[in-house]
Write a protein that binds this ligand. Sequence first.
Ligand code: BDR
Ligand code: CA
Length: 304
Amino acid sequence: TRKIIIDTDPGIDDAVAIAAALFDESLDIKLFTTVGGNVSVDKVTKNLLKLLAFWNKDVPVAIGSGRPLLREAIDASEIHGSTGMDGYDFATSKYELLTKNHAVIEMYKVLMDSKEKTTIVAIGPLTNIALLLRMYPECVERIEELVLMGGSLARGNTGVLSEFNIAADPEAAKIVFESNLTLTMVGLDVGEKALILAEDCQKLKKMNKTGDMINQLFNSYGSGNMEVGLHMYDGCAIAYLLAPEMFDVRETYVAIETQGALTAGATLVDLNGYLGRKANCRVCVDLDSVQFKQWFFDAIGKCD
Ligand code: BDR
Ligand code: CA
Protein backbone atom coordinates (compact mmCIF):
# COMPACT_ATOMS: atom_id res chain seq x y z
CA THR A 1 0.00 0.00 0.00
CA ARG A 2 0.99 3.55 -0.61
CA LYS A 3 0.96 5.93 2.36
CA ILE A 4 -0.69 9.24 1.61
CA ILE A 5 -1.75 12.55 3.14
CA ILE A 6 -4.67 14.35 1.51
CA ASP A 7 -4.73 18.16 1.75
CA THR A 8 -8.21 19.31 0.80
CA ASP A 9 -10.95 21.98 0.81
CA PRO A 10 -14.20 19.98 0.34
CA GLY A 11 -15.68 20.93 -2.08
CA ILE A 12 -17.97 18.68 -4.14
CA ASP A 13 -15.25 17.29 -6.43
CA ASP A 14 -13.02 16.91 -3.34
CA ALA A 15 -15.73 14.64 -1.88
CA VAL A 16 -15.46 12.38 -4.95
CA ALA A 17 -11.67 12.24 -4.62
CA ILE A 18 -11.93 11.43 -0.91
CA ALA A 19 -14.44 8.64 -1.55
CA ALA A 20 -12.21 7.05 -4.18
CA ALA A 21 -9.15 7.24 -1.94
CA LEU A 22 -10.82 6.00 1.26
CA PHE A 23 -12.16 2.83 -0.33
CA ASP A 24 -9.14 1.82 -2.36
CA GLU A 25 -7.11 -0.86 -0.62
CA SER A 26 -3.84 0.17 -2.21
CA LEU A 27 -3.93 3.56 -0.45
CA ASP A 28 -3.31 4.04 3.24
CA ILE A 29 -4.51 7.53 4.22
CA LYS A 30 -2.50 8.60 7.26
CA LEU A 31 -3.91 12.11 7.62
CA PHE A 32 -6.29 14.63 6.15
CA THR A 33 -5.39 18.30 6.32
CA THR A 34 -7.75 21.13 5.44
CA VAL A 35 -7.11 24.47 3.82
CA GLY A 36 -9.27 27.51 3.14
CA GLY A 37 -10.19 27.44 -0.53
CA ASN A 38 -13.61 26.64 -1.94
CA VAL A 39 -14.98 28.22 1.25
CA SER A 40 -13.46 29.07 4.66
CA VAL A 41 -11.25 26.55 6.43
CA ASP A 42 -13.89 26.15 9.18
CA LYS A 43 -16.54 25.20 6.67
CA VAL A 44 -14.37 22.84 4.62
CA THR A 45 -13.22 21.12 7.83
CA LYS A 46 -16.85 20.60 8.87
CA ASN A 47 -17.57 19.15 5.44
CA LEU A 48 -14.71 16.70 5.73
CA LEU A 49 -15.85 15.60 9.21
CA LYS A 50 -19.33 15.01 7.80
CA LEU A 51 -17.96 12.87 4.99
CA LEU A 52 -15.92 10.79 7.41
CA ALA A 53 -18.99 10.29 9.61
CA PHE A 54 -21.02 9.30 6.56
CA TRP A 55 -18.56 6.51 5.79
CA ASN A 56 -17.64 5.87 9.42
CA LYS A 57 -13.93 6.19 8.67
CA ASP A 58 -11.45 7.17 11.35
CA VAL A 59 -8.58 9.12 9.84
CA PRO A 60 -7.11 12.09 11.77
CA VAL A 61 -8.05 15.54 10.48
CA ALA A 62 -5.79 18.55 11.06
CA ILE A 63 -7.00 22.08 10.40
CA GLY A 64 -4.65 24.11 8.26
CA SER A 65 -4.32 27.59 6.94
CA GLY A 66 -7.36 29.82 6.80
CA ARG A 67 -5.93 32.30 4.37
CA PRO A 68 -3.35 32.54 1.61
CA LEU A 69 0.26 33.53 2.38
CA LEU A 70 0.05 37.10 1.12
CA ARG A 71 -3.32 37.73 -0.45
CA GLU A 72 -6.90 38.05 0.66
CA ALA A 73 -8.84 34.83 0.31
CA ILE A 74 -11.02 34.23 -2.73
CA ASP A 75 -13.65 31.48 -2.71
CA ALA A 76 -15.64 29.25 -5.03
CA SER A 77 -19.00 29.29 -3.27
CA GLU A 78 -20.68 30.01 -6.60
CA ILE A 79 -19.56 26.51 -7.68
CA HIS A 80 -19.90 24.51 -4.44
CA GLY A 81 -22.60 26.49 -2.60
CA SER A 82 -22.31 28.62 0.53
CA THR A 83 -21.46 25.63 2.76
CA GLY A 84 -18.83 24.48 0.24
CA MET A 85 -20.67 21.18 -0.14
CA ASP A 86 -24.31 22.06 -0.77
CA GLY A 87 -26.89 19.50 -1.81
CA TYR A 88 -26.89 16.75 0.81
CA ASP A 89 -28.16 16.71 4.34
CA PHE A 90 -25.51 14.90 6.37
CA ALA A 91 -26.69 13.49 9.70
CA THR A 92 -23.52 13.73 11.81
CA SER A 93 -19.89 14.88 11.99
CA LYS A 94 -16.87 13.17 13.48
CA TYR A 95 -15.45 16.03 15.56
CA GLU A 96 -13.42 13.53 17.58
CA LEU A 97 -11.07 13.08 14.61
CA LEU A 98 -9.68 16.62 14.93
CA THR A 99 -6.04 16.73 15.98
CA LYS A 100 -4.67 19.19 18.55
CA ASN A 101 -1.94 20.53 16.28
CA HIS A 102 -2.02 22.60 13.12
CA ALA A 103 -2.00 20.76 9.79
CA VAL A 104 1.61 21.66 9.05
CA ILE A 105 2.83 20.11 12.30
CA GLU A 106 0.72 16.99 11.85
CA MET A 107 1.99 16.57 8.28
CA TYR A 108 5.55 16.93 9.48
CA LYS A 109 5.00 14.26 12.14
CA VAL A 110 3.51 11.78 9.67
CA LEU A 111 6.33 12.38 7.21
CA MET A 112 9.12 12.02 9.76
CA ASP A 113 7.61 9.14 11.77
CA SER A 114 6.96 6.86 8.84
CA LYS A 115 9.57 4.34 7.70
CA GLU A 116 8.63 4.66 4.05
CA LYS A 117 8.22 7.92 2.23
CA THR A 118 4.73 9.42 2.06
CA THR A 119 2.89 10.82 -0.96
CA ILE A 120 0.95 14.05 -0.54
CA VAL A 121 -2.15 14.68 -2.64
CA ALA A 122 -3.09 18.36 -2.62
CA ILE A 123 -6.53 19.22 -4.00
CA GLY A 124 -6.95 22.74 -2.67
CA PRO A 125 -4.77 25.89 -2.64
CA LEU A 126 -1.14 25.11 -1.79
CA THR A 127 -0.84 27.26 1.36
CA ASN A 128 -0.27 24.38 3.82
CA ILE A 129 2.27 22.70 1.58
CA ALA A 130 4.25 25.92 1.14
CA LEU A 131 4.28 26.49 4.90
CA LEU A 132 5.45 22.91 5.46
CA LEU A 133 8.32 23.41 3.02
CA ARG A 134 9.36 26.66 4.67
CA MET A 135 9.02 25.46 8.26
CA TYR A 136 10.51 21.99 7.78
CA PRO A 137 12.67 21.94 4.64
CA GLU A 138 14.13 18.60 5.74
CA CYS A 139 10.81 16.91 5.02
CA VAL A 140 11.38 17.21 1.25
CA GLU A 141 13.41 14.00 1.55
CA ARG A 142 10.47 12.24 3.17
CA ILE A 143 7.95 13.07 0.45
CA GLU A 144 7.67 10.40 -2.22
CA GLU A 145 5.69 12.59 -4.58
CA LEU A 146 3.34 15.55 -4.44
CA VAL A 147 0.37 15.08 -6.74
CA LEU A 148 -1.55 18.31 -7.02
CA MET A 149 -4.75 19.32 -8.70
CA GLY A 150 -4.11 22.77 -10.03
CA GLY A 151 -3.03 24.86 -12.98
CA SER A 152 -3.64 24.50 -16.67
CA LEU A 153 -1.73 24.35 -19.93
CA ALA A 154 -3.66 27.22 -21.40
CA ARG A 155 -6.76 28.96 -20.12
CA GLY A 156 -8.05 29.26 -16.59
CA ASN A 157 -11.30 28.80 -14.70
CA THR A 158 -10.81 31.67 -12.24
CA GLY A 159 -8.77 34.20 -14.16
CA VAL A 160 -8.33 34.25 -17.94
CA LEU A 161 -5.16 32.20 -17.50
CA SER A 162 -5.42 30.94 -13.93
CA GLU A 163 -6.95 27.90 -12.30
CA PHE A 164 -8.64 28.28 -8.89
CA ASN A 165 -6.20 26.39 -6.60
CA ILE A 166 -3.19 28.26 -7.99
CA ALA A 167 -5.00 31.61 -8.31
CA ALA A 168 -6.10 31.39 -4.67
CA ASP A 169 -2.48 31.41 -3.46
CA PRO A 170 0.05 32.00 -6.25
CA GLU A 171 2.95 32.67 -3.87
CA ALA A 172 2.39 29.32 -2.16
CA ALA A 173 2.28 27.61 -5.56
CA LYS A 174 5.56 29.28 -6.51
CA ILE A 175 7.25 27.93 -3.38
CA VAL A 176 5.95 24.44 -4.15
CA PHE A 177 6.95 24.43 -7.81
CA GLU A 178 10.43 25.67 -6.94
CA SER A 179 10.97 23.16 -4.14
CA ASN A 180 12.68 20.23 -5.93
CA LEU A 181 9.90 17.87 -4.89
CA THR A 182 8.86 15.10 -7.24
CA LEU A 183 5.82 16.93 -8.50
CA THR A 184 2.88 15.88 -10.65
CA MET A 185 0.42 18.49 -11.87
CA VAL A 186 -3.10 17.31 -12.62
CA GLY A 187 -4.65 20.43 -14.08
CA LEU A 188 -7.75 21.71 -15.82
CA ASP A 189 -6.82 20.12 -19.13
CA VAL A 190 -7.40 16.63 -17.79
CA GLY A 191 -10.17 17.71 -15.38
CA GLU A 192 -12.12 18.92 -18.40
CA LYS A 193 -11.98 15.41 -19.83
CA ALA A 194 -13.16 13.80 -16.59
CA LEU A 195 -16.82 14.38 -17.20
CA ILE A 196 -19.96 13.02 -15.60
CA LEU A 197 -23.20 13.42 -17.56
CA ALA A 198 -26.89 13.42 -16.63
CA GLU A 199 -27.23 9.75 -17.64
CA ASP A 200 -24.25 8.88 -15.40
CA CYS A 201 -26.00 10.60 -12.49
CA GLN A 202 -29.04 8.35 -13.03
CA LYS A 203 -26.76 5.32 -12.75
CA LEU A 204 -24.92 6.76 -9.76
CA LYS A 205 -28.06 7.36 -7.79
CA LYS A 206 -28.97 3.65 -7.89
CA MET A 207 -25.48 2.26 -7.21
CA ASN A 208 -25.08 2.49 -3.45
CA LYS A 209 -25.44 5.03 -0.65
CA THR A 210 -22.28 6.89 -1.75
CA GLY A 211 -23.57 7.10 -5.33
CA ASP A 212 -26.85 8.48 -4.04
CA MET A 213 -25.09 11.07 -1.85
CA ILE A 214 -22.75 12.15 -4.64
CA ASN A 215 -25.60 12.41 -7.09
CA GLN A 216 -27.35 14.77 -4.68
CA LEU A 217 -24.19 16.88 -4.36
CA PHE A 218 -23.90 16.92 -8.17
CA ASN A 219 -27.38 18.44 -8.39
CA SER A 220 -25.95 21.60 -6.87
CA TYR A 221 -22.42 21.46 -8.33
CA GLY A 222 -21.75 24.43 -10.56
CA SER A 223 -18.64 23.22 -12.42
CA GLY A 224 -19.79 22.28 -15.88
CA ASN A 225 -23.37 21.46 -16.75
CA MET A 226 -25.45 18.41 -17.44
CA GLU A 227 -25.20 18.82 -21.24
CA VAL A 228 -21.42 19.02 -21.42
CA GLY A 229 -20.73 17.18 -18.16
CA LEU A 230 -19.63 17.94 -14.60
CA HIS A 231 -15.89 18.22 -13.97
CA MET A 232 -14.25 15.71 -11.62
CA TYR A 233 -11.12 17.84 -11.19
CA ASP A 234 -9.96 16.56 -7.81
CA GLY A 235 -10.98 13.00 -8.60
CA CYS A 236 -8.33 13.10 -11.34
CA ALA A 237 -5.56 13.46 -8.74
CA ILE A 238 -6.61 10.17 -7.12
CA ALA A 239 -7.20 8.58 -10.53
CA TYR A 240 -3.63 9.53 -11.44
CA LEU A 241 -2.30 7.77 -8.32
CA LEU A 242 -4.30 4.63 -8.96
CA ALA A 243 -4.38 4.41 -12.74
CA PRO A 244 -1.62 6.60 -14.22
CA GLU A 245 -1.86 4.72 -17.53
CA MET A 246 -5.04 6.68 -18.32
CA PHE A 247 -3.01 9.91 -18.51
CA ASP A 248 -0.52 11.36 -20.99
CA VAL A 249 2.26 12.98 -19.02
CA ARG A 250 5.06 15.33 -20.08
CA GLU A 251 8.04 16.21 -17.95
CA THR A 252 8.63 19.92 -18.25
CA TYR A 253 9.38 23.20 -16.54
CA VAL A 254 6.42 25.02 -15.04
CA ALA A 255 6.74 28.62 -13.86
CA ILE A 256 4.15 30.25 -11.62
CA GLU A 257 3.21 33.83 -12.43
CA THR A 258 2.90 35.92 -9.27
CA GLN A 259 3.52 39.42 -10.61
CA GLY A 260 1.06 39.88 -13.45
CA ALA A 261 -1.72 42.31 -12.66
CA LEU A 262 -4.09 40.20 -14.77
CA THR A 263 -2.26 36.88 -14.82
CA ALA A 264 -1.17 36.10 -11.26
CA GLY A 265 -1.77 32.42 -10.63
CA ALA A 266 -1.13 31.36 -14.21
CA THR A 267 0.95 28.20 -14.66
CA LEU A 268 3.38 28.62 -17.55
CA VAL A 269 3.86 25.08 -18.77
CA ASP A 270 6.97 25.47 -20.91
CA LEU A 271 6.50 22.52 -23.26
CA ASN A 272 8.63 24.17 -25.95
CA GLY A 273 11.48 25.07 -23.62
CA TYR A 274 11.37 28.86 -24.19
CA LEU A 275 12.52 29.52 -20.64
CA GLY A 276 15.53 27.22 -20.93
CA ARG A 277 15.00 25.70 -17.49
CA LYS A 278 15.29 22.14 -16.23
CA ALA A 279 12.01 20.23 -15.85
CA ASN A 280 10.47 20.56 -12.37
CA CYS A 281 7.17 18.80 -12.91
CA ARG A 282 5.35 15.94 -14.57
CA VAL A 283 2.36 17.56 -16.19
CA CYS A 284 -0.72 15.59 -17.13
CA VAL A 285 -1.57 16.83 -20.62
CA ASP A 286 -4.33 14.42 -21.62
CA LEU A 287 -6.72 11.85 -20.17
CA ASP A 288 -8.67 9.02 -21.80
CA SER A 289 -12.19 10.07 -20.88
CA VAL A 290 -13.77 6.69 -21.58
CA GLN A 291 -11.32 4.94 -19.26
CA PHE A 292 -11.80 7.66 -16.66
CA LYS A 293 -15.55 7.12 -16.55
CA GLN A 294 -15.06 3.40 -16.07
CA TRP A 295 -12.55 4.12 -13.30
CA PHE A 296 -14.99 6.53 -11.65
CA PHE A 297 -17.83 4.01 -11.54
CA ASP A 298 -15.51 1.26 -10.30
CA ALA A 299 -14.27 3.58 -7.54
CA ILE A 300 -17.76 4.60 -6.40
CA GLY A 301 -18.85 0.97 -6.66
CA LYS A 302 -16.26 0.09 -3.99
CA CYS A 303 -17.72 2.59 -1.50
CA ASP A 304 -20.46 1.79 0.95
C1 BDR B 1 -10.32 23.18 -8.24
O1 BDR B 1 -10.96 24.30 -7.62
C2 BDR B 1 -11.92 23.84 -6.70
O2 BDR B 1 -13.12 24.55 -6.81
C3 BDR B 1 -12.10 22.37 -6.94
O3 BDR B 1 -12.41 21.71 -5.71
C4 BDR B 1 -10.79 21.95 -7.51
O4 BDR B 1 -9.86 21.63 -6.49
C5 BDR B 1 -10.63 23.22 -9.71
O5 BDR B 1 -10.13 24.40 -10.28
CA1 CA C 1 -10.61 21.15 -4.16
